[in-house]
Write a protein that binds this ligand. Sequence first.
Ligand SMILES: *[C@@H]1O[C@H](CO)[C@@H](O)[C@H](O)[C@H]1NC(C)=O
Ligand SMILES: *[C@@H]1O[C@H](CO)[C@@H](O)[C@H](O)[C@H]1NC(C)=O
Ligand SMILES: *[C@@H]1O[C@H](CO)[C@@H](O)[C@H](O)[C@H]1NC(C)=O
Ligand SMILES: *[C@@H]1O[C@H](CO)[C@@H](O)[C@H](O)[C@H]1NC(C)=O
Length: 682
Amino acid sequence: MELWMCLLLAGCALLSLGATQPLAINYTTDILRLAKAAHIKAYLSEDEQKPCDNFYNYVCGNWPRLHPARIKNKKTNYLEELQELFVRKSADMLKTARPGGDSSADRLLKSFFTSCYNQANDTQSALRTLLQVTDFRGGWPEIRVPSWYYYEYDWLQVIATIKRRLGIDIIIGLDVILDYKEEHMHRLKIGAPQLPLGHRRQYLDASYHLTRLRYQRSIAEKLQRYFPEQSQRWYEEVSDQVVDLEQQLAKGLPHNAALTLEQTTRQRTAAEMKAAYGSYVDVSRYLQMIFNDTMYVDLYETPEDYLSNLVDVIRLTPKMQLANYTIWRTLDTLDQARVPQNVQPGIWCVQMVRDHFPQQLESLFHRNYNNMQMINDLQSTWSDIKRVFREQLQASTDLHWMTLETRQRAIAKLDAIELQFRNHDETQLIRQTHGLRLHPDQFYPNLANVLQWRTQRQLAKLVEEPQLMDQVYKVPHYELTNNKMQIPITFLQARFFWDPAYPNAIKYGTLGVLLARQMLHGFDDVGRHYDRHGYRNNWWDPISEGSYSRRSQCFQEQYAIFEDFHGKPVHDKGLISRIVADNGALDIAYRAYVEWLKNTDETSTLYQREQLPLLDNTHNQLFYMAYAQLYCSDYPESVEMFDELPEQIRVNTALSNSEHFVNAFSCSRSDKLNARFKCALY
Ligand SMILES: *[C@@H]1O[C@H](CO)[C@@H](O)[C@H](O)[C@H]1NC(C)=O
Ligand SMILES: *[C@@H]1O[C@H](CO)[C@@H](O)[C@H](O)[C@H]1NC(C)=O
Ligand SMILES: *[C@@H]1O[C@H](CO)[C@@H](O)[C@H](O)[C@H]1NC(C)=O
Ligand SMILES: *[C@@H]1O[C@H](CO)[C@@H](O)[C@H](O)[C@H]1NC(C)=O
């Protein structure tokens, strides 16, 4: 492991500091600075690359070699590293019990993690759990009581049990969704389940024949893993029956896969559906079995033809095939918890914990790695950024294109933006998991319990008021409709963006830029139509609006040449917002840095502290390097189109509009990154 990685993870054997409390480790300033320098240097281009030509390549040239996208066929980027760190630190945290220090929710997470770590690839345990949870008294795959399937097998009851116990949608899909007509309530949606191959055409069009063949083979292979003693014929027969049944079900899906939910939905009561479909597909009974109550509410039935087609499928399909299909789908869902090849079990199991207990994991992380100093530093950087923008709005020089009145309204909006740290109500999190029992040595039974717990919570939403969408972001996020800035807990990780030992140039170049970007979203094309309370409300006078359009036109012309990148088209729907934030944030964060320098005693020690070993860059240059490296990324070959402007263009174009950048690297007039006509808004 490289030195900088060790330090970020805060637990390096190399430094023989095997402490269990990561934050208590007391690295010396010199080591931290050295590690940061090595981190920056690792990504610098190894070729002769002129900063004024292509700055992005200059600082990120080596990124694709260290973080190639081709391995997982997925874009890699610098900020994603923060998530990796979160996962790796979480693995350490989940492995460590703290007797007396863990809450009941913490112990649950740790039990789940430990059981996953030890048993997630135990296929026999998955199978045993499956047979315990569900009711296949006829036996499977060896059928001990064949008559059971003919006479007693009640397919509807079996799938209702599986839905209730494991949350799996088989043959019928059921969910609680936000009502699209009245947003303040939830509604039950019933109809088609999500089929593994997707839409109707994948199942029924001749052109997808090969896809289906591959699908069938993958089913046969999985069956073989679970039932090694069965014959080749059996794998083929069962997998063939699975695909066949899904093809029958897909006949009830709409021809046009692009139709929206509203276009394919009708509203009915369970009693009306019972009248329409009779006892072959008895919706009332199904709901009764799931909710243990008679449901009188209106339901959304979607897509409209699914259940009537299902009546035919049920009538014509042997019960044994329905049973085989049901068992297979359940098994396949449990199988998805198995550790995939080439993934470390520790990493995989953190993902499992995160999937099922996202808030509890964040809370545990926060309590383990919480660093008051980081929160304070973040607050102070934020107030620096805010102050600089406020000063610009107050002075009549920089933003002279806005009228005084509009600038005053902008100040009022700016003043109202607050940081919100996503923190959780600990008691509530513990209450949520009340009654859930997990054992450190029984992964699949645990998984079944967790799935049941989740399903009950999901279904219980039907009678609850919708909460404000609790979306989790990875970086600070500006929320338009309440004029607040959300700071995710995973963002507050020691030494990634900043540390008191690092030059402040780095803090302003990374954290400062990220905060300024989000702040400006309150003042860009979309955000400027919302007021300080987050209500839609145009507070711009016509003169300022006119200037705004003219200035953003300058950017549009400047960026218009980037219709494609490396021969692939670029269609960025949020282009203007991105441009405004990119260009404005760079300038505001830099000014904030310069002001900080001015307000600090300018001694030679200060300038020494503002530089790093290994790199002979000035403090101003470090600011721009840290900024640009935030955007280092690599795209897989398979990308056909860019739906966001690629990072290289974003970084280079924003820099080319910056006089300060040109000065910091002494770019000449003819250099590419010294735009002759510089565009500016904020
Ligand atoms: C870290 O080390 C420095 C210098 O050795 C010392 O002054 C400081 O108290 C230590 N801090 C902690 C938290 O141990
Ligand atoms: C799980 O996988 C690991 C490594 O792939 C292997 O060593 C172990 O035996 C497997 N455990 C079971 C129960 O199959
Ligand atoms: C279903 O409801 C009945 C009466 O309302 C109750 O006695 C029974 O325990 C419930 N069953 C389950 C599984 O919740
Ligand atoms: C269902 O599975 C049983 C047991 O493995 C097998 O004998 C039977 O042929 C299968 N039937 C159908 C219709 O898929």
